[in-house]
Design a binder for this molecule. Structure first.
Ligand code: NDP
Length: 449
């Protein structure tokens, strides 16, 4: 254990004991607790009132059975999760992930991170996360619909527009949100903003689809501008080819960069001329096929099996946008050796702790997920706001609000890092800035015996 502070070391030990075999959750908690050392020294009242002991324990964890019938008539059973982590500053808010790797440790890590991220947006949203070990890949539309309906049949008991408002994440896009929203409405007979990421015809917000990727680039541009750099004329490598990766690519191009690589869980494509985004959208959003299909349209590009090698491509800016722990120490060293000067996380916790260490030691500008990918949830909160008003803003209005939020997140993270003696370290800055608002609110609410 690397803690100098005995209290934080004890909190960490309890988390490990109480949540055995959940390494992703331990990793996420450890990173935050390490950042909080200067805070607990300055704020003994948080220690005395057990704020951090309470913050690492979710307010509520719900596990449930999700039975559904596949196209052959066979009954399938998946497991559903919703972790309602912290509601100190607003209703629980956070996505639903459908992926075979989902288990309690993944949902807890994501829910914990969400608490701080949501606080950083400056909007009134608490933190939560959910999902299932269901794999939408290779399933028919009808199967996905039946699964989503069964999932919502149970989840609807636990959520509500003022209680808990889920959204999408890996494996949950517009199609899945639509099926789940339809089932919620059928069962509850109410039309409320209980999910975000909805279609534009039934209460969705403009820019929500683009928000995480666009927001990532707004944050990264702000961070780079402060150091005299920018997207303009830069070469960018982006992992993943899902929602976040696609719209990060779109905005990077709009800001004058060239994106040369994208991936999926099978492998990556390299197109030194610049990835043609329309082709990727067609393959991924319309046909739902594998990224290697890109070569059928652009035979001069190259395809490599496996994901890790993408970080050996020479680039100025790297944006990991696929999944947790996809960028390790070796990959970080390769990026540094190739002259990469900025890394910002579109995915949640994509860089291992060792990789982050390499970036910070080598002066790479590093935007951690909590800050850099908060644009998705921020725009979800804007969707909630529009639903409450029964009104909708234009694309330009939402985009301008998103941009302001991302610039503020950068400024607040940079200021907190400086105030607590870690200037330029946005990991520490984002953790502290996100923590303070939640901690002060919990302190104000007192302790429930
Ligand atoms: P999508 O499901 O749209 O896309 C995920 C992409 O990552 C796909 O290209 C997928 O490839 C790839 N991927 C998934 N799992 C793995 C894996 N184990 N190894 C390698 N590649 C993998 O998800 P999103 O784009 O929405 O989410 C991507 C990341 O961004 C996640 O970490 C998510 O938590 C985070 N995020 C998303 C937000 C949003 O608004 N959507 C908001 C904030 C964060 P394949 O198709 O082969 O599985």
């Amino acid at each position: 254990m690397t803690f100098k502070n005995a209290y934080l070391a004890e909190v960490m030990e309890t988390v490990i004991k109480r949540n055995p075999a959940e390494p992703e959750f331990h990793q996420a908690v450890k990173e935050v607790l390490e950042s909080l050392e200067p805070v607990v020294e300055r704020h003994p009242e948080f220690v005395k009132t057990g704020i951090i002991d309470r913050m690492v324990e979710p307010e509520r964890v719900i596990y449930f059975r999700v039975p559904w019938v596949d196209d052959s008539g066979k009954v399938q059973v998946n497991r559903g999760f919703r972790v309602q982590f912290n509601s100190a500053i607003g209703p629980y808010k956070g996505g639903l992930r459908f992926h075979p790797s989902v288990y309690a440790g993944i949902i807890k890590f994501l829910g914990f991170e969400q608490v701080f991220k949501n606080s950083l947006t400056g909007l009134p949203i608490g933190g939560g996360k959910g999902g299932s070990d269901f794999d939408p890949k290779g399933k028919s539309d009808q199967e996905v619909m039946r699964f989503c309906q069964s999932f919502m049949t149970e989840l609807q008991r636990h959520i509500g527009a003022d209680t808990d408002v889920p959204a999408g994440d890996i494996g949950v896009g517009g199609r899945e949100i639509g099926y789940m929203y339809g089932q919620y409405k059928r069962l509850r007979n109410e039309f409320t903003g209980v999910l975000t990421g909805k279609g534009l015809t039934y209460g969705g917000s403009l820019v929500r689809t683009e928000a995480t990727g666009y927001g990532l680039c707004y944050f990264t541009e702000e961070m780079m501008n402060a150091a005299g750099k920018s997207f303009k004329g830069s070469t960018v490598v982006i992992s993943g080819s899902g929602n976040v990766a696609i719209y990060a690519t779109e905005k990077a191009y709009q800001l004058g960069a060239k994106v040369v690589a994208l991936s999926d869980s099978s492998g990556y494509i390299y197109d030194p001329e610049g990835i043609k985004l329309d082709t990727v959208k067609q393959i991924k959003e319309v046909e739902r096929k594998r990224i290697k299909e890109y070569l059928n349209y652009h035979p001069n590009a190259e395809y490599f099996e496996g994901c890790g090698g993408i970080w050996s491509i020479k680039c100025d800016i790297a944006l990991p946008c696929a999944t947790q722990n996809e960028l390790d120490e070796e990959a970080a060293k390769a990026l540094v050796a190739n002259g990469c000067f900025a890394v910002a996380e579109g995915a949640n916790m994509p860089s291992t702790p060792e990789a982050v260490e390499v970036f910070l030691k080598n002066g790479v500008l590093f935007g951690p997920a909590k800050a850099a990918n908060a644009g998705g949830v921020a725009t979800s909160a804007l969707e909630m706001c529009q639903n409450s008003m029964r009104y909708s803003w234009t694309f330009e209005e939402v985009d301008a609000k998103l941009k302001n939020i991302m610039v503020d997140i950068y400024k607040n993270s940079a200021a907190a890092a400086k105030e607590y003696g870690h200037e330029g370290n946005f990991v520490v800055g984002a953790n502290i800035a996100g923590f303070m608002k939640v901690a002060k609110s919990m302190y104000a609410h007192g302790i429930a015996y």
